[in-house]
Design a protein around this ligand. Structure first.
Ligand code: S3P
Length: 425
């Protein structure tokens, strides 16, 4: 499906509730599948990626049913099916990398497969630590399909070069069923939903700065409530900040500090975002946000901030085109290994729309404030975050734009268009 977007004249107004966090949805259904008994998950995501995890868990013998519009119940014996089978992870890197930790540490023989984009993404980052724990994984060129012969693993003390929550979670999930205590240390803090949810479900997990360790333990069935996704809220936050006359309220936004790098950047850029009613739900920080149009200024985004906003960089680039002065993003080389090469794709799209953006090896340099001319077609490359970022950029373009392959937004945010139309009425 292609989507046309025209200049937004009157700004965004109104209040919406942000749908469930994708990262936490994956973890909730995976962890519930390892727990003997019934787990109620409230506010589960309807996006394709978490549904890939649901399908994989079902293939492994877990019963998962929707009990209403937003809640699901997971019923498991706590032991997953042993037989060799294909586990289809679709487009989802989180499903493939985290499930690899689960199946390789249990008595399960299986093959993890994914779509064309996932089959090109690097898996060496998880194969290396898992192999050190004694896992048996066969691949061609460290990409999927991953043929895994699950078995008893032993603990490791692993120092990762990458700040990646997927790698960390994979190792912790393997460690949850390995001999001894497994420790994972990362160079800067990546999202910590695995640590928080394992703690909430009473696993034997300890956090010490940039290190986290886990020991073989059983988690307990408890109701899990999932907050709204900061990475989905990001598109509305950016849109309201850069489209004149906007004033919106976003309810139920996950505000875990390992995910709120965007808010830190917005504050440095002079953006007006107010946090209302901050609270804790199942160990996660949640709040409501009021966002108003603001005159932004350029900034530098690098170092420890990168993992806290890794998925928001495409929409931050759009925001930077409307900020006075230069914005530099650096140390974000891992963006080249996402659903697409997001460094070259973002630069390509924004340049075509009329922005002054230069690609670097690990980020980009954007000079604002740009008048975007638009009047062109751009391609999402089947990358959901590029499709939504291009959509928001379209609001600033003088001439209508067309985003090709827009339906990939369903991967993380099937409600996107309905919500943006509501705020735009
Ligand atoms: C995720 C971690 C991040 C992020 C991805 C979801 C997760 O990936 O980009 O969308 O749920 O753990 P990396 O761990 O590769 O940085």
């Amino acid at each position: 499906m292609n989507q046309t977007i025209s200049y937004c004249q009157h700004g965004l107004k109104g209040e919406i509730t942000i749908p469930a966090d994708k990262s936490i949805s994956h973890r909730a259904v995976m962890f519930a599948s390892l727990i003997k008994g019934k787990t109620l998950i409230k506010g589960f995501s309807k996006a394709q990626d978490p549904l890939s995890t649901v399908n994989v868990c079902k293939t492994l013998g877990v019963e998962i049913e929707s009990i209403n519009e937003s809640d699901i119940v997971v019923t498991s014996s706590g032991i997953l099916k042993k037989h060799s089978q294909y586990l289809n992870c679709g487009n989802s890197g989180t499903t493939m990398r985290l499930m690899s930790g689960i199946v390789s540490s249990r008595n399960i023989n299986c093959t993890l497969i994914g779509d064309e984009s996932l089959s090109k993404r690097p898996m060496r980052r998880i194969i290396e630590p898992l192999t050190k724990m004694g896992a048996v994984i066969y691949t061609i060129d460290n990409c999927s399909p991953l043929y895994i012969c699950g078995r008893n693993l032993h603990s490791i003390n692993y120092h990762s070069q990458l700040a990646s929550a997927q790698v960390k979670s994979c190792v912790l999930l393997a460690g949850l069923n390995a001999e001894g205590r497994t420790t994972f240390t990362e160079p800067s803090l990546s999202r910590n939903h695995t640590e928080l949810l394992m703690s909430y479900l009473n696993a034997d997990i300890k956090v010490d700065g940039l290190s986290v360790s886990v020991k073989r333990s059983q988690m307990e069935p408890k109701t899990i409530e999932i907050p709204g996704d900061m990475s989905s809220a990001a598109f509305f936050i950016a849109a309201a900040l850069i489209v004149p006359h906007s004033d919106i309220i976003l309810k139920n936004v996950g505000l875990n500090p390992t995910r709120t790098g965007l808010l830190e950047v917005v504050s440095k850029m002079g953006g007006n975002v107010e946090i209302l009613d901050k609270r804790i739900v199942c160990g996660e920080t949640v709040g409501d946000l009021r966002v108003k149009y603001s005159e932004l200024k350029g900034t530098v985004i690098d170092g420890d901030l990168i993992p806290k906003l890794i998925d928001e960089i495409p929409i931050i680039a759009v925001m930077a085109t409307q900020a006075e002065g230069t914005t530099i993003v650096r140390n974000a080389q891992d963006l080249r290994y996402k659903e697409s090469d997001r460094i070259s794709a973002v630069a390509g799209i924004l340049k075509k729309l009329g922005a002054d953006i230069t690609e670097t090896s690990d980020g980009f340099i954007i000079n604002g404030k740009c008048n975007l001319s638009g009047g062109v077609d751009v391609d999402s490359l089947w990358d959901h975050r590029l499709a939504m970022s291009a959509y928001i950029a379209g609001f600033l373009c003088k001439n209508e734009i067309l985003v090709r392959n827009f339906d990939c937004v369903d991967i993380s945010f099937p409600e996107f268009e309905q919500y943006i139309n509501y705020l735009h009425m």
